[in-house]
Write a protein that binds this ligand. Structure first.
Ligand code: TXA
Ligand code: MG
Length: 339
């Protein structure tokens, strides 16, 4: 299969993308978090195509993307007041909520669960694609399963060239890590995956918000049990630049091709070592981390990465990096545990 890359400003090509979705195909598209791989959420066979293209385990459900509130009732039932409070404050934006499912949504989307994850993305191109397609779009991140999520069209192409018919290029994603997932189906709203919308932000809108128990046998977000966000290289994470330099020298002495991802303010410390520089602030770090992991993996078999700051969105990035090194760290205060 030839994979075509179209420009998001090309109106005719955008119509062809929508026609592909309508006819049961899959299309990769930009959102403000990461690129998604979309299909009609009402069409089970189309949704199966996403799982095949990504090599995704069938028991890992997808997020359904909408572009206006009228779509919500065809997706979910028994929608709680909290949803509308969150809608006022954070939507469109990088927040996904888990609700009770409307039976119209294909079982392929929800992996047989009776709940469904819904997101209203802020990206203009995502909204345009959903609107032109005339249906909610089910989409996971547009990477090969377990790899680092894509934040540019080139990243999607690198993973899925020949496996999907079309990628919409809308430039670099502004947030850079996947949405916060909040489960609204229980007594207390629970964060299943941290993201740019943080616990503190949610607690200003909802009375009570909890974080998921990280030792649960069956994680509520099924995807969290899989190895995830992993570059094709050994990844080591440290908060200490002395340790980062020592790890580097040790690996280099053992004959490895080593890369360091370091905060801009620490860059001079590393001398002539092979470094990739990332912004110090949590938002800038989140925006660049996946691109730098993908860049570093092309030339290195060992990547040593300076941890982000642990407050706010930084803690959400740390969650991803802990997953990438094989830990199941979840608590957004930066603590992590290995299962
Ligand atoms: O920012 C994002 O959320 C991106 C963009 C494309 O929207 N999407 C994304 O999708 O990260 P994905 O499939 O890579 O991650 C979705 C996560 C998985 O961990 C999955 O298990 C969980 O959401 N999930 C989906 N439906 C669920 C449900 N009904 N209950 C609990 N977790 C669910
Ligand atoms: Mg993903």
């Amino acid at each position: 299969m030839i994979t075509e890359i179209i420009n998001s400003n090309d109106k005719k090509a955008m119509q062809r993308a929508a026609d592909l979705i309508k006819s049961g195909g899959v299309v990769a598209f930009p959102t403000e978090t990461v690129y998604g791989l979309g299909a009609n959420a009402f069409d089970g066979a189309a949704v199966e195509g996403i799982f095949t293209a990504k090599g995704r385990p069938a028991d890992n459900p997808l997020i359904v993307h909408i572009e206006n509130m009228n779509m919500i009732e065809s997706i979910a039932v028994g929608i709680p007041d909290d949803f509308y409070l969150l809608y006022e404050k954070f939507m469109p934006g990088p927040l996904t909520v888990v609700l009770h499912k409307n039976k119209k949504i294909s079982d392929a989307v929800t992996a047989g669960l009776d709940t469904v994850a819904v997101r209203f993305p802020r990206h203009r191109t995502a909204a345009e694609l959903i609107k032109k397609s005339g249906c909610p779009i089910a989409a996971p991140s547009a990477n090969i399963s377990a790899h680092v999520s894509p934040t540019t069209a080139e990243h999607v192409f690198a993973d899925l060239n020949g496996r999907i018919p079309m990628i919409i290029d809308g430039g670099e994603c502004s947030v850079g890590i996947e949405s916060t997932i909040l489960d609204l189906t229980g007594d207390t709203p629970v964060i299943l995956r941290p993201g740019a919308i943080t616990l503190d932000m949610l607690r200003k809108t909802l009375k009570e918000v909890a974080e998921v128990e990280c030792r649960a046998e069956t994680p509520k977000a099924p995807g969290m049990k899989y190895r995830h966000y992993s570059p094709n290289a050994e990844l080591r994470l440290t908060g200490n630049r002395g340790e980062a330099a020592a790890f580097y020298d040790e690996a280099a002495a053992a004959g490895k091709n080593v890369a360091l991802i370091v905060k801009a303010s620490n860059a001079p410390y590393y001398g002539s070592r092979n470094i990739f520089v990332i912004p110090d602030d949590a938002k800038g770090y989140a925006k660049k981390i996946y691109a730098l992991l993908r860049l570093a993996e092309t030339s290195s078999d060992t990547i040593i990465c300076e941890s982000p700051e642990t407050s706010g969105a930084g803690a959400s990035v740390l969650n991803r990096l802990n997953k990438a090194v094989g830990k199941s760290g979840f608590k957004t205060d930066g603590r992590s545990e290995t299962l």
